[in-house]
Write a protein that binds this ligand. Structure first.
Ligand SMILES: [Zn+2]
Length: 129
């Protein structure tokens, strides 16, 4: 592939290190692959077994045989945790989606770290007065 110059990059007066650009491009490729898959889901999936209040139920015996397992997808919405029950098959499918979402966030954080490193290395940067 020809060495394409990004127009955004050309418009910038700043010089980024080769290592910075190379890493950003690797991250971009991986991020794009995740985005194109369309398989992203926030939150997490938990597995729960429960006890009930029914007298004499085996969930309360010793040793207990709890109900479940139940699979629940949980996530934060406006600082509150909300959940939805999933079938085992859904749990198997969506576990990958959640892993993709986490990886995408990790990659974005790494890009931000590169930005911070670049700003801190910028000779025009100075400490706060
Ligand atoms: Zn029970």
């Amino acid at each position: 592939m020809a060495d394409v110059v990004d127009p955004l990059w050309e418009a910038s007066s700043m010089a980024l290190s080769r290592a910075h650009l190379a890493e950003a491009r690797r991250i971009g490729d991986e991020l794009a692959a995740i985005a194109r898959s369309g398989l992203l889901l926030p939150g997490s999936i938990v597995e729960r077994s429960t006890t009930c209040g029914r007298p004499g139920c085996s969930c309360q015996k010793d040793p207990p045989r709890r109900h479940g397992p139940y699979f629940q997808w949980t996530r934060k919405v406006a600082a509150k945790t909300v959940g939805r029950y999933l079938t085992r098959e859904q749990r198997d499918d969506y576990t990958t989606w959640i892993a993709n979402d986490r990886r995408a966030h990790e990659l974005l954080r790494r890009l931000e770290e590169l930005g911070i490193e670049a700003l801190e290395a910028d000779p025009r940067s100075r400490s706060a007065p």
